[in-house]
Ligand binder design. Structure first.
Ligand code: SF4
Length: 370
C-alpha cells in the first residue's frame, strides 16, 4: 500500500539518559554506513514509497549521523529530490547542531528540527545524564535559523523530583525568549530498569509527585497560552499553526510506514514492528530477510477504542458517533471542568488531559487499549 508518512528510527545515542528506556544503541562511533545500507535495503524490500507528505527521523539521536548520511537517506526515500511540500523533521541533540551541520541538513531537505532541550538548568541536565548544557540550546536554535530552518520544536521535561528544586517558570522564561514555533512537553515517568528507577528504589531520590505534575502542566498551559501557543494535543503546543504534520497523522489514525530497528508501521487495520535491537535488525537485513519481528491485527473494538483515545488526545476531540455504546452521563465530567461537549462531540480541557486514561475508561465502559 502507499504510505504518506515515513518514520526512520535512528537508534544511536552517545549516553543513556537517566530516565530513558527506549531501544537504543549507545556507541562512541556511529556505524553510519551500515545504518544507511540497512535502511536502504529495508526501503527496497517495502517497495516504492510515493507522495510522501512527512518524513520523521526519530531516535535515539538522529543528529549523531553525519549529515551526508541524512542526505543519502533522503535521496533514497524521495527517489532523488525531496519534495518541497513534504515536512521533513530531524530530531537533534543541541550539542550536535553546529553551523555546518545545520546548513547540510537544510540542503539535504530537512525543514523542521525537534531539539531535545529538556531544561535550561545545567544542574538538572547533568542529573538527567544529558550530553548538552543550557548554552548549547540557544546556540543550536541560532545555527538552525541562520541555516534557514525556522520550524523548530523544543522538547522539555517537567514534573521532576522535588529535591532537584527545578524552577519550571525559569525554564519557561528561557523557552519563551527563544520563541520556537513548536513545543513538546513530557512529564517525567519512572520506567523500570532505568537509572532513575534504581535511584528511587534505593531511596537516593523521591519519585515525582502527581501534584507537581499537575501544577507544572497547568502552569505551562497558562504561560504558553498567554504567549500565543495553542495546545493542539495533550503534550504539544504550536504557534502560528505550525503543528507537527507527522505526529498529527498518528493522532488522526492515518497509515504510516516505520523503518529501522524497533520502528512500528500501521496500515489502518494492523500494526507491525521491527526487531528492536540494532544488531538483530542489522543482521536480518544483511541476510536478506524481513526485519519484521511481529504484527498484530486490530479488532474493530480495538480500533474504535484507539480512535477515541487518540481523538481525545487532540484539541479537536472526538465525535459522539465514535462510541458504539451509549455514553455515560457527561454532566459530572463537564462540571468538574474535565470535558467540553457541544452535543455532537466532546473534547478534553487541560484538566481533562491530566486524567486522560481514566476519562477514556469511564467513557468506554472500561475497555482496555492494547
Ligand atoms: S537522547 Fe533520547 S533516546 Fe537517547 S538516551 Fe537520551 S532520551 Fe533516550
Amino acid at each position: 500500500m502507499s504510505f504518506q508518512h515515513l518514520y526512520v528510527h535512528v537508534p544511536f545515542c552517545s549516553r543513556r539518559c537517566s530516565y530513558c528506556d527506549f531501544s537504543i544503541a549507545v556507541r562512541k562511533q556511529i556505524p553510519a554506513d551500515d545504518f544507511v545500507a540497512s535502511i536502504s535495503t529495508e526501503l527496497q524490500q517495502v517497495g516504492p514509497v510515493e507522495s510522501l507528505e512527512t518524513v520523521y527521523f526519530g531516535g535515539g539521536t538522529p543528529s549523531l549521523l553525519p549529515p551526508e548520511a541524512i542526505t543519502t537517506l533522503l535521496r533514497c526515500v524521495f527517489n532523488h529530490t525531496p519534495s518541497p511540500h513534504a515536512e521533513v523533521t530531524l530530531e537533534a541533540n543541541p550539542e550536535n547542531v553546529t553551523a555546518n551541520a545545520a546548513r547540510a541538513w537544510r540542503s539535504a531537505g530537512v525543514n523542521r528540527v525537534s531539539l531535545g532541550a529538556q531544561s535550561f538548568d545545567d544542574r538538572v541536565l547533568e542529573w538527567m545524564h544529558r550530553t548538552h548544557d543550557a548554552g548549547q540550546i540557544a546556540r543550536a536554535v541560532k545555527h538552525l535559523r541562520d541555516a534557514g530552518v525556522d520550524n523548530i520544536s523544543l522538547d522539555l521535561i517537567f514534573a521532576l523530583p522535588e529535591s532537584l528544586e527545578r524552577d519550571w517558570d525559569r525554564d519557561l522564561d528561557h523557552v519563551l525568549a527563544l520563541a520556537p514555533s513548536h513545543l513538546s512537553l513530557y512529564g517525567l515517568t519512572v520506567e523500570p530498569r532505568t537509572p532513575l528507577d534504581r535511584w528511587i528504589s534505593r531511596g537516593a531520590i523521591q519519585a515525582p509527585t502527581d501534584d507537581r505534575y499537575a501544577d507544572e502542566y497547568l502552569r505551562a498551559h497558562e504561560r504558553l497560552g498567554a504567549a500565543g501557543y495553542a495546545f493542539y494535543e495533550v503534550s504539544n503546543a504550536a504557534r502560528d499553526g505550525r503543528r507537527s504534520r507527522h505526529n498529527s497523522a498518528y493522532w488522526s489514525g492515518r497509515p504510516y510506514l516505520g523503518v529501522g530497528p524497533a520502528a512500528h508501521s500501521f496500515d489502518g487495520r494492523a500494526r507491525r514492528w521491527n526487531h528492536s535491537a540494532w544488531e538483530a535488525y542489522r543482521s536480518v537485513i544483511a541476510a536478506g530477510e524481513s526485519p519484521i519481528d511481529s504484527r498484530e491485527d486490530l479488532t474493530e473494538e480495538q480500533r474504535q477504542l484507539e480512535r477515541i483515545y487518540l481523538g481525545l488526545r487532540t484539541v479537536e476531540g472526538v465525535s459522539s458517533s465514535a462510541f458504539s455504546r451509549p455514553l455515560p452521563p457527561l454532566s459530572t465530567f463537564v462540571e468538574q471542568g474535565w470535558l467540553l461537549t457541544d452535543g455532537s462531540g466532546l473534547r478534553c480541557t487541560p484538566s481533562g488531559w491530566l486524567r486522560l486514561d481514566s476519562l477514556v475508561s469511564a467513557l468506554t465502559g472500561n475497555l482496555t487499549i492494547s
